[in-house]
Ligand binder design. Structure first.
Ligand SMILES: [Zn+2]
Length: 412
């Protein structure tokens, strides 16, 4: 039976979101937590954007060191020869790419203004795919932007030609959140069967159906005999009304009546890392988790009314579909209510040693401690919020990588 995989795009679609951003260290931590959670691939950034170069290279280095393993790190670019070539100039170790082009008549007309036809779109995509493979890509995903407003026969041709050019997957982008679960099940199934290619399902929440559409689309691909790759973001952060929430999609596959036990995951999810991942993304983006967020919201396991409270005390399964402990919740959180020493961009060695000592991080000598402190200061300049314990531990453990992450040199 075909399998379902997760490709998280927080570090690409998530950071494209208006008014939201992540520091390069935060993006790296997200990759680490996605790997711990069992996500198959992280779309980790933009290889043709120069301020990403050091971050992308440093993360590939972490992958080679075994820190980011087995997660795949894939870049996102436009489906043009120029972007592919630039990718391999700027990040030569690239192995995984998704290349994107608009396919709907609306966008062909409205964006290219008569300069491109459907035939040109196909040609451009085929050339870019072949070039990406030639330059060393192990796997290329080919994205049809605005697929949900594109004619189905054209999408099937597009996916078939992508496969013939060497693409491993076709990404069906419901860019505007236009689909519903019934349409996307049908369309994705027809593409998977017609082009015989695994399908990525990329959904947005403009009509509040991103998660439902993702699951229905995945079912469409699997039922047609092809692997499905669901695109998600942590906490559903994404452009406009957001993307499909990672944890909600995972829970729907693992726990819902029609999916539980019936569909196979390509990589095992480590569910008890869910809470940590959601909390970190909320902190890093500075966006609170909604109180009613599935699994990780403050109210996800809260009960007040008499009948519910009584029922859940007698047997939690009366009113809870799953247990909070499965998601890594339930540990008390320590919040300092008295004196607090935290890291900052002007931290000194004494306060820094105190913080690190509390985490049982020790240094071999004073000069090493000062070197790490200097990196912590720079990390604070970039993040503009006190660093978390695990960020500080990361810096102490991988100072050379951190230095690369923090090096931003505008080009002349
Ligand atoms: Zn998107």
């Amino acid at each position: 039976m075909a399998k379902v995989y997760f490709i998280d795009v927080t570090n690409r679609d998530g950071v494209q979101t208006a008014r939201l951003s992540l520091s390069k260290l935060q993006k790296t931590m997200i990759n680490i937590y996605l790997n711990e959670f069992g996500v198959y691939q992280s779309e980790y950034g933009f290889p043709t954007t120069s301020h990403e170069t050091n971050y992308l290279r440093a993360n590939l280095e972490l992958a080679r060191m075994g820190v980011l393993k087995p997660i795949r790190l894939s870049g996102w670019i436009r489906a043009t020869i120029e972007d592919v070539e630039k990718t391999f100039e700027m990040v030569p170790e690239t192995q995984y790419l998704n290349i994107s082009v608009s396919t709907s008549d609306q966008m062909i007309r409205g964006k290219f203004k008569g300069r491109k036809s459907r035939v040109d779109i196909l040609e451009q995509m085929v050339e870019a795919t072949k070039m990406a493979k030639k330059l060393g890509c192990k796997a290329v995903g080919v994205n049809a932007e605005d697929a949900s407003r594109t004619s189905l026969p054209f999408l099937i041709d597009f996916a078939r030609e992508a496969k013939e050019a060497g693409a491993s997957r076709f990404r069906y982008c419901d860019t505007l959140g236009y689909d519903d679960p019934f349409t996307i099940y049908d369309t994705v199934g027809k593409i998977a069967a017609g082009a015989e290619i695994p399908v990525e399902i990329h959904c947005h929440g403009d009509l509040g159906m991103a998660v439902a559409n993702s699951i229905a689309g995945a079912k469409g691909a699997v039922d047609a005999g092809q692997d499905a790759y669901i695109n998600t973001t942590v906490n559903g952060i994404g452009e406009r009304a957001g993307n499909a929430d990672l944890l909600s999609c995972v829970m729907a596959l693992l726990k819902s009546s029609g999916f539980a036990g019936k569909y196979e995951l390509g990589r095992k999810i480590v569910l008890n890392k869910a809470y940590k991942l959601a909390k970190y993304a909320s902190f890093a983006f500075d966006v609170p988790i909604p109180i009613n967020q599935p699994g990780v919201g403050d109210n996800a396991f809260a009960h007040a009314s008499g009948i519910h409270a009584d029922g859940v005390l007698k047997d939690p399964e009366n009113y809870e579909l799953y247990n909070y402990e499965e998601l890594g919740r339930g540990e008390p959180e320590l919040v300092e209510t008295g004196r607090l020493i935290c890291s900052g961009e002007y931290s000194g060695i004494s306060g820094f040693s105190h913080i690190m000592g509390k985490m049982e991080v020790s240094f071999t000598n004073a000069s090493e401690a000062r070197k790490i402190l200097e990196l912590v200061r720079f990390a604070n300049v970039e993040a503009q919020v006190p660093l978390t314990q695990e960020e500080l531990q990361f810096i102490a453990k991988y100072p050379e990588i951190t230095k690369k992450l923090l090096t931003l040199t505008p080009l002349e």
